[in-house]
Design a protein around this ligand. Structure first.
Ligand code: ZN
Length: 378
């Protein structure tokens, strides 16, 4: 299956009014996933932009995405400052909102500055590549052109945006669950979920064999409100969804829990879950092999095998458990006695490598799930 190129941004209404229009330069944030909180002109050519979180306390992941347009060609300096935090994402620049390059910048405490050549052709600036709700929808629609794949609405978000599930169901009763974008700015996790899923759903011999036994459920974008609003971390209620898997007081995680409960009620079996995120390095958070899951060594077998395929890259496995926190992987293991991992890609990991690794990780996972010992998982 060839990857679909993620298509254009959807035009949506109800954006904040633009307060960043200066006589010569305009900072636009009237598009999906845009975020810019305050703007100020400091002198002829210097503009200060301020990033403010949706609410506090919050994880330090200041997100920004905006376009700069000038009436006539000009050189400007942009200074970006963060309220209640420090910068996490080095700026990326794009002329079309799809192809991005790292922008040269300077960082001093919570102030980041860079120079830009601007014109009446918009220049896009963003913390990471922009991946909108519509792009996920179009991807799922493309996948669902294949007969064995469906894309349907799992339920609506807090602000009534659809949360989609992509599914393939064969004759088996075992389920692999894939989850993504609980945290809106964690785009490198999103860049991994696409090739990972496409490999599981492909027409390779291995994938076809895998799907005879395993069904796959993918919820690639659990926080569409946070994505749309350009949130740093939370859903529209200001809650971290990856802390909501205990109380289930957020509709987004509740939809997933309800659906898994329904499947299990139909005599289906949850076998494993992978939840995609980003952090400062590539790391795989696992459940400890003595925690009481079925096939206790399954994930170790998988990740050790993946590690062996990359002599120059270490697959870091970090087992741990936090029963009180409301994290997805903990919930899944506690409820189904099955493995769950948090698949974290580094914010700055090479994009091609994210893709390569995700394809290998998916292939190796399928081999492991098919061939490992049914009792030990070795
Ligand atoms: Zn995360």
């Amino acid at each position: 299956m060839k990857r679909i190129l993620l298509v254009g941004l959807c035009a949506l209404s109800s954006f904040a009014t633009l307060a960043c229009d200066f006589p010569e330069v305009k900072f636009q944030h009237d598009f999906a996933a845009a975020r810019l909180d305050e703007c100020k002109q400091l002198n002829d050519s210097t503009y200060q932009l301020t990033l403010i979180p949706e609410n506090t306390p919050i994880n330090d992941s200041p997100w920004y995405a905006f376009k700069v347009i000038a009436d006539k060609p000009a050189e400007i300096k942009v200074v970006m400052k963060v309220v209640d935090g420090t910068h996490r994402y080095p700026p990326k620049v794009s002329q079309d909102g799809h192809n991005w390059q790292l922008q040269k910048y300077r960082l001093r405490k919570n102030k980041m500055s860079f120079h830009l050549s601007v014109s009446d052709n918009p220049t896009w600036i963003s913390g990471q590549e922009i991946l909108t709700n519509d792009q996920y929808y179009q991807w799922g629609k493309y996948l669902a052109q294949q007969q064995h794949i469906s894309q349907e609405v799992l339920g609506n978000s807090t602000q009534k945006r659809p949360i989609y599930k992509i599914e393939t169901k064969g004759e088996g009763k075992d389920w692999l669950v894939i989850l993504g974008r609980q945290h809106p700015p964690e785009v490198t996790g999103a860049l991994a979920i696409f090739p990972f899923t496409e490999t599981l759903l492909s027409e390779s011999k291995l994938a076809q064999k895998f799907r005879k036994q395993f069904n796959v459920l993918v919820v690639p974008n659990l926080n569409p409100d946070g994505v749309q609003l350009g949130n740093w971390r939370h859903n529209a209620n200001g809650i971290d969804l990856n802390r909501s898997w205990k109380k289930f007081d957020q509709i987004e995680s509740k939809h997933v829990d309800d659906y898994l409960t329904e499947l299990v009620g139909e005599n289906q079996k949850m076998r494993m879950a992978v939840d995609f995120h980003s952090t400062n390095k590539d790391i795989f958070y696992t459940m400890p092999s003595d925690y009481g899951m079925n096939q206790p060594y399954l994930v170790e077998t998988w990740l050790n095998s993946l590690d062996k395929q990359y002599p120059d890259f270490t697959v870091i496995q970090k087992p741990g458990n936090n029963p009180g926190k409301g994290v997805f992987k903990q919930y899944f293991t506690d409820k189904y006695k099955a493995h769950a991992i948090t698949y974290e890609m580094g914010d700055n990991t090479d994009r091609k490598f994210i893709n390569t690794l995700a394809v290998s990780a998916a292939n190796t996972l399928m081999t492991t799930l098919l061939n490992s010992d049914p009792v030990t998982g070795k």
